[in-house]
Design a protein around this ligand. Structure first.
Ligand code: SF4
Length: 246
C-alpha cells in the first residue's frame, strides 16, 4: 500500500473510471480534431491543479460508461483524427491498457497526458505501441518537487520517465506551468538543461481561476513578458514555446 501523504516505490491500484468526455475538440492535441477522455483520480495533489473535480471530488461527477464512449469513437471513425486521455492521472491505472488496446483497435492515434510518476506503465504502453504522443508535466526543479505536487514524490521516477520519453523516439512534449512561488527562472533553466535532448518544452501560463488549493486563487500570475523572456533563455537548451499567454 502507498503510505498516506506520499508517493513511494510501492504502487497503489486505483479503480479506473471516466468522469469527463469531450466528443470533439481542437484544443487538446495540436493540429488534430480529437475526442478527449478524462480519467478520475490522481496520485499528486498539486495546489495549483486546474482539475480539482477530477482529483478530489470525482465521486460527485457521473461516471461515463465505456460503452457510450466506444460507440461514439466507432461512429466518428474517419472523422476524428485521434483520442486524448487526460485526467487526473491516467497512468496510475494499469487497467488503462485494456482501453488503449480497444481505442487502437478502432484505428485511432492516442495522446496521453501524464505527470510521469509511473515510468513502468509509461514504458509498457510505449513498448506495446499503444500510444502515439505523450505530454509529460514537469512540475518544477527536482529539489522542489514535493512542494509542487502537494505530497512527497519519488523524484527518481520522474527522472526515469523523462529518460524513457527522450530515448523512445515517440513524439512527446515536456511542459511546466509557471506558478509563482513554485517555479522561478532558475527552476526553468535547470529543467531546460536537464531535458535538452527532448523534442519540445512548453512553458504554460498559470490560471488562478480554479485551483485545488483555494489559496492559489490569490496568486498573481507572472506577466507575459517574464514568460516570453524565459522562453528565450530556455531556447538555448531545448526548443521552447509558451502556452496560454493572455
Ligand atoms: S495538476 Fe497535479 S493534481 Fe492535478 S491532475 Fe495534474 S498531476 Fe494531478
Amino acid at each position: 500500500m502507498e503510505r498516506r501523504g506520499s508517493v513511494t516505490t510501492r504502487i497503489r491500484e486505483f479503480n479506473l473510471s471516466f468522469r469527463g468526455f469531450i466528443p470533439v475538440t481542437m484544443l487538446d492535441w495540436e493540429g488534430k480534431l480529437a475526442a478527449t477522455l478524462f480519467v478520475a483520480q490522481c496520485n499528486f495533489k498539486c495546489p495549483f491543479c486546474q482539475n480539482p473535480d477530477l482529483v478530489r471530488d470525482y465521486q460527485r461527477l457521473p461516471e461515463i460508461p465505456w460503452e457510450s464512449i466506444a460507440s461514439h469513437l466507432i461512429s466518428r471513425k474517419g472523422w476524428l483524427d485521434g483520442v486524448v486521455i487526460g485526467g487526473g492521472e491516467p497512468l496510475i491505472h494499469s487497467k488503462l491498457i485494456k482501453y488503449l488496446r480497444e481505442i487502437k483497435d478502432f484505428g485511432y492515434p492516442v495522446k496521453i497526458d501524464t505527470n510521469g510518476s509511473r515510468p513502468e506503465l509509461l514504458q509498457e504502453i510505449i513498448e506495446k505501441n499503444l500510444v502515439d504522443y505523450i505530454a509529460m508535466d514537469i512540475k518544477t526543479s527536482f529539489p522542489k518537487y514535493s512542494l509542487a505536487a502537494g505530497r512527497r514524490v519519488a523524484v527518481e521516477k520522474i527522472k526515469r520517465s523523462i529518460k524513457i520519453l527522450i530515448g523512445s523516439g515517440i513524439e512527446h512534449e515536456f511542459r511546466t506551468t509557471v506558478v509563482p512561488g513554485i517555479v522561478d527562472k532558475e527552476d526553468i533553466l535547470s529543467l531546460a538543461r536537464y531535458i535538452s535532448k527532448g523534442r519540445i518544452y512548453f512553458l504554460q501560463q498559470f490560471n488562478p481561476k480554479i485551483t485545488l488549493d483555494p489559496n492559489f486563487q490569490k496568486v498573481k500570475p507572472y506577466d507575459n513578458q517574464f514568460i516570453s523572456e524565459l522562453v528565450k533563455e530556455a531556447n538555448c537548451y531545448i526548443k521552447t514555446k509558451s502556452r496560454g499567454l493572455r
